[in-house]
Design a protein around this ligand. Structure first.
Ligand code: 1PR
Length: 513
């Protein structure tokens, strides 16, 4: 059928496979899209990046006749690579909104991670592979960190043990990849796993080529803490988006967003976030410059990308435009306030809608609180914390008041209350800023980060105030933060990302290096 440099991609239209496309093209391969079940059977090499919920994916595949074509393609032992849900769908069934039957190629079930045991769910981030079977696909990847984002996982059992090519540990052992003959599938995202992921993808695309070995590095063991580079972006007078960085939300300009994002990727950032800080004035997903920035960034940056600023409506037409996660600030505050007042989840907020369509791992809520000192916790109805450093009038306590519109308006809700409410509304992660610390370089607000990261079971990203490598180890040692984000020190090139990573390794904190 096709030539060796073309790969067939099964995109059943449930969402974002742009990154997979970009990674395949980056490796020098062309893409042919599946339009009918026959295209599956005619493929030389098939990549199946599953997205969305298990049940809706099975529905689409069954109704279109593609489920049968897939089973037949696999029965013929034709080269196949499933990614994420593309692995899970191969199993007998999933408990996601189910049980729901899968393709039934691999015996076993797919189950949710159990957050009742204190595990942070979704499992988001860089986790190490323990290879259990020698395969071409994972050559050299033993002990490397690869990027996962999922709440459900396939369980290893006696029935499927011959299929398993690697496992990963997250609270329990789960299947991170399977391999049998030409059939391969991975739970992680090779297209988002940096150089390691690209090598794995290349091993599938050109199995006979040499020189696609994964770069060697030290052994990893568990989920790594993430270091995230943030670009605060705004439009200048001529309408171009520029990176900007300020001091307590007072901004000045710094450089071009796509160039900076690519540089951060090369420097080892585990994720890159774009926040359109003027977004509350317009709607950036309908805003072409921001879409263009994302489109270009996703061609060069093979780690997760987050976009935020001004998200208040949900428009399917724009999709995620190359973003893996969408960050919501102001609109989430209003949604949480309404929810706490009425006790009713309307399902209509941007947060709830995006969470429902793309899954909660795609929704980050950005909290922008400001410290309010109090003498006595009884003075306020919000959760206070005993401060490590007293306030200007000797106050021993503070609560953290949420703001909207880039810190312009304060709202009657605390960071603690907001975090708990948005978790219930379907947020998959919290980006926890602190206006008092933003751009100060004096370290993260440990009191705040500890309070919030102890209160929720979704990952918390500590943000605002990083000024030295020690601030990163401090926040990971003293709180339950899953990631730490910084803007200013990376923009001003005061501290390279690699120095942060090296320091964390020396401090005994597991990171991707
Ligand atoms: O409310 O949904 O439109 O979202 C607006 C988004 O833009 C929010 O995520 C909000 O945090 C952000 N934002 C709004 N105004 C500003 C501003 O600076 N004037 N940026 C702003 C806030 C916070 C972080 C910053 C960290 C780390 N920036 O993005 O990068 O504080 O900085 P540091 O490492 O230099 O200390 P919506």
């Amino acid at each position: 059928s096709g030539d060796a440099s073309t790969v067939t991609l099964l995109d059943y239209g449930a969402g974002n496979v742009r990154s997979v496309r970009n990674a395949i093209r980056h490796l020098g391969f062309g893409i042919r899209d599946v339009r009918s079940p026959e295209d599956i059977l005619a493929a030389d090499r098939l990549v199946f990046p599953g997205v969305g919920a298990f049940g809706s994916a099975m529905d689409v595949l069954t109704r279109s006749g593609m489920a049968d074509a897939l089973r037949e393609y696999i029965r013929r032992d034709r080269p196949f690579l499933g990614i994420c849900l593309g692995l899970q769908l191969l199993f007998d069934s999933s408990e996601e909104n189910g049980p729901i039957s899968g393709l039934g190629v691999v015996p076993g079930v797919v189950r949710r991670f159990d957050s009742s045991k204190g595990l942070i769910v979704p499992h988001i981030g860089w986790n190490a592979l323990e290879i259990t079977k020698d395969t071409q696909l994972l050559k050299g990847a033993e002990g490397h960190h690869v990027y996962f984002v999922h709440s459900y996982h396939a369980l290893p059992s006696d029935e499927n043990k011959e299929w398993i090519s690697s496992v990963c540990n997250y609270g329990e052992s789960f299947i991170s990849s399977i391999s049998m003959g030409n059939i391969q599938a991975v739970q992680f995202h090779p297209e988002k796993s940096g150089a390691t992921g690209l090598s794995i993808l290349k091993n599938f695309l050109s199995p006979n080529s040499s020189g696609s070995k994964v770069p060697s590095r030290r052994k990893a063991s568990n989920l790594a803490k993430r270091v995230i580079a943030c670009l605060d972006v705004r439009s200048n007078d001529s309408g171009d988006l520029v990176v900007t960085k300020g001091d307590q939300y007072d901004v000045r300009n710094l450089g071009k967003p796509v160039d900076l994002a690519s540089q951060y990727y090369i420097d080892g950032a585990d994720e890159v976030s774009f926040l359109n800080i003027t977004g509350f004035r317009d709607f950036p997903l309908g805003d072409l410059p921001m879409l263009e920035v994302l489109r270009c960034a996703s061609e060069k940056v093979f780690v997760p990308l987050t976009v935020g600023g001004g998200i208040r409506d949900f428009t399917d037409a724009n999709g995620r435009s190359g973003a893996d996660k969408i960050s919501i600030g102001s609109d989430a505050v209003f949604a949480a306030e309404a929810y706490l007042q009425t006790g009713v989840k309307t399902g209509k907020s941007s947060l709830e809608q995006i969470s429902r369509v793309y899954g909660n791992q795609a929704v980050v809520v950005s909290i922008d609180p400001r410290r309010v000192y109090v003498k006595n916790p009884e003075e306020v109805q919000f959760k206070t914390v005993k401060m490590s450093n007293k306030g200007p009038l000797g106050e021993e306590y503070a609560w953290y008041q949420c703001t909207v519109s880039g810190g312009r308006d304060s709202r009657p809700i605390g960071a603690y209350e907001l975090a708990k409410a948005v978790e219930e509304l379907g947020a998959g992660e919290i980006l926890l800023n602190c206006i008092d610390c933003d751009g100060q370089g004096c370290g993260f607000d440990i009191d705040l980060v500890k309070m919030v990261s102890d209160a929720v079971t979704i990952p918390v990203i500590a943000s605002s105030g990083a000024g030295a490598v020690e601030h990163f180890s401090e926040v990971f040692e003293k709180t339950n933060a899953s990631a730490a984000l910084a803007a200013g020190i990376f923009h001003r090139k005061e501290v390279p990302i690699s120095a942060v990573k090296e320091h964390l390794v020396d401090a005994g904190v597991e990171v991707r290096v």
